[in-house]
Design a protein around this ligand. Structure first.
Ligand SMILES: [Fe+2]
Ligand SMILES: [Fe+2]
Length: 308
């Protein structure tokens, strides 16, 4: 039967040939590590948070903060699904597809650990927030990964750009781990960081293997995408609060500061920009051998100038 003009035709990618021979042994090694190091967010004991002596406003601030973290982790999953689809369509080797599937599952468990922490901190006064209260968040979070941007890069170029952000968020999470004074939060952060280290390692392998083949134009575009994404979404309340609308910036900063003060695995807003600046400098150093220029980001690069 011919599909009618009004029916939506689903464009499934042609999966053939399906490559099963390992071409990137280092990636396969990461896949095996992922199997050995799997963990279950439901098995972490969050009762220390329920029992803690915390003022109500701190519980509310902590639940809000960990809800934000949960949404952020979830934001990586639609991105991963698109990359999996592309990996099938472009007949990538088995281990690349396996890594992407692991990535999706791991980001989902980071999401789960985060919403469990949010619920436990909230106790009787607050809960995990399934929907952001502020409208701008509802629009910003789905923009973490703009498919138009992703599709303008080559498959491995795009994967490498994502890794640069995983490095940045990893540095922030490290500081949040160090801030945490509750065993359950420390455990969750530690396990998430261990997964993130593998995601970052994947990006390093990809860079080593594929960056030398990129044209100068594509390198310039990759760098520009990094700046754009950082400014356009991640400084708007996700990595830092700097680009939020004024009133929301004040409210959000105060809550983050409260969560940090009580050791709930948060960073003080004053601390965040310094961490991002240091991480961005490190990223610039990492990509320098391949001549990928990351344009100046005034909100971030201005910090050092102001301090000098
Ligand atoms: Fe994650
Ligand atoms: Fe990740």
């Amino acid at each position: 039967m011919q599909p009618s003009m009004l029916e939506e035709i689903v464009q499934n990618p042609n999966p053939y040939p399906i490559v099963s021979e390992v071409q990137l042994p280092e990636v396969w090694q990461l896949c095996q590590q992922a199997r050995d190091l799997a963990w279950d967010p439901a098995k972490i004991d969050y009762s220390d948070l329920a029992k803690a002596d915390l003022p109500d406003e701190v519980r509310r601030a902590g639940a809000e903060w960990w809800s934000l973290r949960a949404w952020m982790e979830h934001g990586a999953t639609p991105y991963g699904a698109e990359r999996y689809r592309e990996a099938v369509a472009s007949h990538q080797p088995f281990e690349v597809k396996q890594h992407i599937v692991n990535f999706i599952a791991e980001e989902l468990r980071h999401h789960e650990a985060s919403f469990r922490v949010a619920g436990a901190i909230g106790g009787n006064v607050a809960d995990y927030e399934p929907t952001p209260r502020a409208d701008y968040f509802q629009t910003i979070i789905p923009k973490f990964h703009d498919e138009k941007d992703e599709k303008s890069m080559s498959f491995f170029g795009g994967l490498a750009v994502n890794t640069l952000f995983e490095q940045l968020s990893g540095e922030l999470l490290q500081a949040r781990y160090e801030n945490a004074r509750f065993e359950s939060i420390r455990e969750a952060c530690k396990l998430i960081l261990r997964d993130e280290a593998r995601h970052i390692q994947f990006g390093r392998i990809v860079m080593r293997r594929f960056f030398s083949e990129l044209s100068t134009d594509e390198k310039a575009m990759l760098g520009a995408k990094v700046s754009k994404k950082l400014r356009g979404s991640l400084l708007n309340g996700v990595y830092a609060v700097v680009n939020l609308p004024e009133d929301e910036r004040k409210r959000s900063s105060r809550n983050r500061a409260l969560a940090a003060e009580y050791g709930l695995g948060a960073t003080h807003p004053d601390q965040e920009m310094g961490i991002i600046k240091a991480a961005l400098d490190k990223i610039r150093e990492d990509v320098a051998p391949w001549n990928v220029p990351i344009p100046a980001i005034p909100e971030v690069d201005g910090v050092q100038k102001a301090a000098a």
